[in-house]
Design a protein. Structure first.
Length: 41
């Protein structure tokens, strides 16, 4: 029972980390696109 609780908690932590990583990746992607557009213009 306690083992299941730990698995659930680590899964929640992993999901939170992944969401944060996705946000950071999206931000960097937007910055990269803006930078590329500036180079073209």
């Amino acid at each position: 029972m306690g083992d299941n609780q730990f698995t659930k908690r680590s899964y929640t932590g992993y999901t939170t980390l992944k969401k944060t990583a996705d946000k950071i990746t999206a931000l960097f992607g937007v910055k990269r696109i803006i930078f590329a557009l500036r180079e073209i213009i």
